[in-house]
Design a protein. Sequence first.
Lengths: 313, 124, 412
Amino acid sequence: MFESLFYILIFPGVLFVSVFGLAAEVMDRKIYARLQNRVGPPWFQTVADFIKLLGKEDIVPIDANPRMFRIAPLFALTSAVTVFLYIPLWGAQSLFSFNGDIIMVLYLLTVPTLAFFVGGWYSTSLFARIGSVRAVTQLFAYEVPLFMSILASALLANTWSMKEIASFYTQHPYYCFFNIIGFAVALVSLLGKLEKVPFDIPEAETEIVAGIFTEYSGRLLGILRLTIDIEMVVGSALLAAVFFPVGMTLAPVIGFLLFIVKVLIIVAIMALLRTVVARLRIDQMIDFCWKYMVPMAVCQLLMNLVLKGILFR
Amino acid sequence: MRPGKMFGEILCSLFKKPATNMYPAEKLDMPKNFRGKIVFDPAKCIGCKLCMKDCPSGAITINKVGEKQFEAVIDLSKCIYCAQCVDSCPKKALEATKEVELAQLDIKKLKVVFGANPKSDAKE
Amino acid sequence: MREEEKFKIPIGPQHPALKEPENFSLALKGEKIMGVEIRLGYNHRGIEKAAEARTYVQDVYLLERVCGICSHAHSTCFVQAVEEIAGAQVPKRALYIRTLIAELERIHSHLLWLGVAGHEIGFDTLLMYTWRDREIVMDILALLTGNRVNYGINTLGGVRRDINKEEIETINNGVDILEERTKYYIEVATQETTIIKRLSGVGILSREDALELDAVGPTARASGVKRDIRHDDPYAAYAEIDFNVITDDHSDVYGRTVVRVKELMEAYKIVRQCLKDMPDGPITVKVPRKIPVGEAISRYEAPRGEDVHFVKSNGTEYPERVKVRAPTLANLRAVKHMLKDRFLADMPIVVAAIDPCFSCTDRLISVENNGSRDKQFLTWEALRNYSIEWHRDKGIDFTELNKNFRKRLGSI
């Protein structure tokens, strides 16, 4: 009982993942700044912002549905944190694991976007509503290639469980390289999930203010910001666990450090990607996803099917 | 068309020193002829008040305090730092300095009086 | 389409896409813009009226502050008009210095625009790099004139500061670096896929429309209209300088970007020529404080387009009337045309593409009664009384407040 509570609340649950998320955001912003030849924020910036937001007043618009408006951020945060419990951190073992957990992880990762939609829609602001509609439109575009590329990796390992995927790739570490196209597709899709440039369309600052988050303030905004940070860490961790689950047989401490490094490398690659491009329009984004990303993901799937036939005859 | 055209440039920046100046820890020097805070030399003033006439914002006032003795009151909150008064002054009694950090919490401190007695320093 | 299918979204007066208060009311259907209403007047400062209460010398500095970015444009334009009335023969060297500052200002304004355009399409990296490089030209301007934005270099009958050898060297070095960087930005703007995707085909203004809607400056030149006051009606030293008028026939935001980056290269050429050909001699001639009776119109090619000043004098030290037509006003009608049938996502970049400067544009406020279309113009006194009465009705009495305020002002 106490052990489970410790897992959920402290490690690797809420507390750890929040701190990790905030630290990853600092790193992301710092790299972004250095790439732009700037200094960037100090190391405590995100924590300071979070504490400041917690101390501020929550303002709920008169026209908004207060219950939905308040519940959506919490819902998003909970599902994002839950994902982390299913991701193997070291020794090919996550806390809770069953055959099919990868499906559940993908499902739980979709929930925050839907919760954002609900929150934005019920805040009744015009900007938030446009942002909500854009977020859902975008969801249909990036979700398909993301799922397909992750499932392609699982297909090669012939399992629906993250634990088994990890142990499969630990036995055959070179098979990771077969999934390189899938990894690229998943990484770009993750940019869409995290609403970062070039896919930050739902919160495009110069068009619709802050999009979904326009009406949020105080603690609720703090929770939303934290959710996005956690989503970033969790998404990167998922990619690391699915595409590069190497080094899982190492001792727990070293294996865990290796995992953190893998996540941070993925965060750094995303920072690099968002520095070199401009924001796309929603129609261009959907075109891009269906014209390039989906065919690439399909290629990966077919390739893995063929490979499976050759390798495990 | 090339996606990621700026890639090389941004990677170089990663290993370069940031272009940011860490103001206020390190301060940049203003160029020699910068038009900052105006200072007044009462010894040279002849009280023609041309500066008062030409000041676009009415920031400078010259008061007669004694026989051939004048003091200047410059309201820094009104001054637009155009230094027209420096050009207008026939005796070069006014001069623009490089001083730019003039913000004050107390509005009264923005009114600078340059006393008629040149020995006493300008009190702020 | 039924009326309820559309919904209206206010962009401004406070909105992150606009750096100055202005209101664009967009009627949207989904993401598509069905109609645009533009409302000006949020930033009326009464500069024209204030100019009548100041002497000509003071007005130079007042009118310089019409715009923060093209401050030299407005002050030169005004000074030219007054010199025309007074019949002053401005020395050659002064004209060359004015041209030099004008081109340096164009460089800083266009680099600023490139960064803003990058920001509007979500490409902040471009913003950071162009603004970093813009510091070079800002430092040069500060060195030459004594300030970074409001240069205060103009005076009636010439310029206030001369240029020496060391400064010429600094300018040459700075311009060399900037030219190198600008070549890189031309490559970025014309090759980076996401930039081209966001810019080409957006905000189309055909040549005919540009002529009909009186577009000016880079907006018109990007539609193939060869219209440049520096070339058509040369002022300052432009008649003696060899430069090309850049035009482009893309007619969209991409074309406007190309025109601006290429104009940067022309500006470097002009700066070098100015420094090389600058004659020796005095930099100012005396202009009397009392300007004889007369009136003049002066035109100037500001970085954003044609700037027009009208000055009427009555033989005293104070002008009778000063009228300013900033280039943004001429381009606003074109914006309305360009936004039609585009997407909401294109709105910021289409508005930014004319390089708007709304504060310069606002010359007049007209108060409209809601519901009725009758316009009613109030005098200053009537407007003041109306405001006092209106607040008294709401239970706020300013009489006491005003008294206290006066007292406090007096005590400082």
